[in-house]
Design a protein around this ligand. Structure first.
Ligand SMILES: *Cc1c(COP(=O)(O)O)cnc(C)c1O
Length: 239
């Protein structure tokens, strides 16, 4: 068995244990495999193993993976047993001038953190006749270099996005703080969950609003314990 498959199985079992500890169903936790460090062959191996949710943090990388996967899935005619569809997630900072390119390949954007970007996404989505799901990226760790709307402004941004016609506000995304300190990491995730619950309870977004995207290679078990529904994991898969 290859390293990658072994790594994925190891991650799955850690997720299962974290779900058991927090009495959650693993069905409510989706693993997005972040491919930014991976070669085309290893990405194909992941898809062949049945992982259909892939994440990229740059528009040009998204394009490479998109084209590679499209070609690969075409091979299905040759009898290989491949998934019928792979969903690409845009998880990194998105510039407004890349929105059109990205929306043609991905209908799941985790990193909306300003009103202007949300407006651009909605406007472009209308033009190219798509309705992407978007998450609001919240800066829960208050680290100054990070992207993300400040905690105190998240609900207001959600209210504004909820009125836009061509996007579905699907949840909240956050990145854990860059630290080994578990308490600090957990505190950031708890804050994200509180914002998520506040927006959900306010009832402004309907039942599309159901995702809490948090947890990466170094902190995904804590994220599961604190309610993550989407994990974004790269280096722990491809190392
Ligand atoms: C790279 C990246 C990840 C995955 O990080 P790993 O530590 O490699 O698992 C998750 N989310 C975002 C936004 C990223 O850029």
């Amino acid at each position: 068995m290859s390293n990658i498959i072994e790594n994925l199985e190891h991650i799955e079992s850690n997720i299962a244990n974290a779900c058991a500890r927090s009495r959650r169903s693993q069905d409510n936790v989706t693993l997005v495999v972040v491919t930014k460090t991976a070669s085309p062959d290893t990405i194909k191996e992941v898809v062949r193993a049945g992982y259909c949710e892939l994440g990229e943090n740059k528009a040009q990388h998204l394009k490479l993976v998109h084209d590679e996967i499209a070609q690969f899935l075409d091979k299905k005619q040759n009898g290989e047993n491949l998934p019928t569809k792979v969903r690409l997630h845009m998880i990194g900072h998105l510039q407004r001038n890349k929105v059109r390119q990205v929306l043609k390949m991905s209908s799941f954007i985790h990193s909306v953190d300003t009103l202007r970007l949300a407006e651009e996404v909605s406007r472009t989505a209308e033009k190219i006749k798509t309705t992407p799901s978007i998450l609001i990226q919240v800066n829960c760790s208050k680290e100054p270099q990070k992207y993300g709307v400040p905690v105190g402004a998240a609900i207001h941004l959600a209210e504004q996005i909820a009125t836009m016609p061509n996007v579905r506000l699907a949840g909240i995304m956050t990145m854990g703080p860059l630290t080994q300190n578990e308490d600090l990491i957990r505190a950031g995730f708890v804050r994200a969950r509180e914002i998520f619950e506040d927006i959900k309870t306010a009832g402004m977004c309907g039942n599309h609003f159901k995702h809490l995207s948090m947890g990466m290679s170094n902190d995904y078990e804590i994220a599961v314990e604190e309610g993550a529904t989407i994990l974004r994991i790269g280096s722990a898969v491809f190392r």
